[in-house]
Design a protein around this ligand. Structure first.
Ligand code: CTP
Length: 463
């Protein structure tokens, strides 16, 4: 018989109050409706490890949709339902214990009781439907439920050794066909191993190797492989995940251009360093991590090979074009920047290597690049002076603004039109190049430029 541990004390003491209240409410509603309600999966795993987690997956023995509507009403949540799978998603804004307003998302699923209820099926074992629901999951550590109904509130239902494996820091599937049934679990196993700092059991390694030898990676759809790759790229330690994927030949199986090399590893470390620094400066940027990692893994690959890979990953033609042209753009950039640096850093032009010399020209070169492309260009640049110049562009030159506006130029006698833009750009370039500093100097320069412009114009008019 299953030994049941109760953690209601821990729930009360350790969970944020707004989450504890939600769990209580879900249990009460379950009682009212006559459904058993559980929290399942990652939330319970993390609870047992004392890791905060706000992603709540509920599993309802009964009707998840009916339950979702009842809970949604109480929480004032929006509800998205999938009638066919009897699942629903609730979304609502909640005030955390610190008073911050955040968006909460609750996934609600229905555990399938029908199978056991049909006459002549298996005897009605206690918790049979939640047990079956958990059995369908990936790893023992995730196949654990927390009961919410009032009489059993806080009971941990652990049929497959989740607590044992969490204690021993072991990742293993619930049954030996797990990776054959769903080969994306191979990537998930690695992801959890690295994230939680656990070990795959020896048997698990064998099962993974076996599934890979059977060609299971090749059977995963492009979307699912790409989704797995994206998850890996969102991890704290992506490189460790990639190394492990490489050890198991997962990268090779996705596409032969992907396996790691020393150069790729070095590049990834460099990309991460620059990305992190960028993030510190501009937290606002919301970039997709996978772009840089995929660019790095494609290092040295030919155009056709990369397009073959993207086809495997089922990229849309738009996404394919955008990724391939980004690679080309980064490559072209190298030549343009090299040409710029030869001019900017040449001894006769610039004896003291003042990087502001003709910074405006570099700005024009770099301007079309996305942030990711820019990070990639810096990471692949060996020349320290060029790196310094690009960093200067990103942190300073790009932010440079003028105090004067088109209106100032109109006051000086220019008529509204595109010429105003040209003059303003010239003034801005001078500022970027450090030739002028304050508003007065901007005005002085603008005035002389406007004067030249007007003289030119009246000369042309006379001719
Ligand atoms: N699952 C699975 N097989 C997969 C993906 C998911 O069995 N290929 C199961 C896992 O047991 C997991 C649950 O579905 O607990 C929900 O998946 P997901 O939300 O992706 O994972 P979490 O365990 O919640 O992990 P995370 O902390 O990364 O959200």
């Amino acid at each position: 018989k299953l030994k049941i541990r109760n953690v209601s004390g821990i729930l009360k003491d350790k969970l944020p109050k707004y989450i504890f209240k939600l769990l209580k409410l879900a249990g009460e509603l379950g009682d009212e409706l006559g459904f058993s309600v559980y929290v399942v999966g990652g939330f319970v795993r993390d609870l047992l490890m004392a890791i905060p987690n706000h992603d709540i997956d509920l599993c309802v023995e009964g009707n998840g949709i009916v339950f979702a509507h009842a809970l949604g009403k109480r929480l004032n949540a929006s509800i998205t339902e999938h009638i066919k799978f009897k699942t629903a998603i609730l979304e609502y804004t909640v005030e955390t214990d610190s008073g911050e307003k955040i968006l909460m998302k609750i996934d609600i699923a229905t555990s399938r009781l029908e199978y056991y209820e049909s006459p002549g099926a298996l005897p009605n074992v206690e918790h049979s439907s939640i047990r079956l629901d958990l059995y369908r999951r990936d790893f023992t550590i995730n196949a654990v439920a927390l009961e919410l109904n009032q009489t059993n509130f806080g009971n941990i239902l652990d049929f497959y050794g989740a607590q044992r494996d969490i204690k021993n820091k072991i990742i293993q599937p619930i049954h030996s066909l797990s990776f054959i049934e769903d080969p994306t679990r191979i990537i998930r196993a690695i992801l959890f191993e690295v994230r939680l700092n656990f070990k795959l059991s020896l048997q698990t390694e064998r099962l993974i190797n076996n599934a890979i030898q059977l060609g299971m990676i090749k059977k995963i759809s492009g979307q699912r492989i790409f989704h797995g790759f994206q998850l890996v790229c969102e991890e704290e330690n992506t490189l460790a995940c990639l190394k492990r994927m490489d050890e198991f030949k997962v990268l090779q199986e996705i596409h032969p251009i992907l396996p790691l090399t020393d150069a790729k590893e070095e590049l990834i470390l460099e990309l991460e360093k620059i990305s992190n620094a960028y993030e510190m400066l501009y937290q606002k940027s919301k970039r997709e991590n996978w772009v840089l990692y995929l660019l790095a893994l494609c290092l040295g690959a030919k155009y056709l090979e990369v397009s073959e890979l993207l086809k495997r990953l089922m990229f849309s033609s738009k996404a394919t074009h955008s990724f391939l042209s980004m690679r080309e753009q980064c490559r072209d950039m190298k030549f343009k920047i090299k040409a710029w640096s030869e001019m900017a850093f040449s001894p006769q032009n610039n004896k003291d290597k003042n990087i502001r010399y003709k910074m405006s020209m570099l700005a024009d070169i770099l301007n079309p690049l996305s942030v990711n492309a820019m990070i990639f260009v810096i990471a692949t640049e060996k020349d320290a002076d060029i790196r310094k110049a690009i960093l200067y562009y990103i942190t300073k030159a790009r932010e440079e603004k003028l105090s004067i506006t088109g209106k100032s130029l109109i006051k000086m006698g220019m008529s509204p039109g595109v010429e105003i833009k040209t003059v303003l750009k010239q003034v801005l370039d001078a500022k970027i190049d450090g030739l002028i500093k304050d508003k007065q100097e901007e005005l002085n320069l603008a005035e002389s430029l406007v004067k030249n412009f007007l003289e030119e114009k009246s000369k042309n008019n006379k001719n």
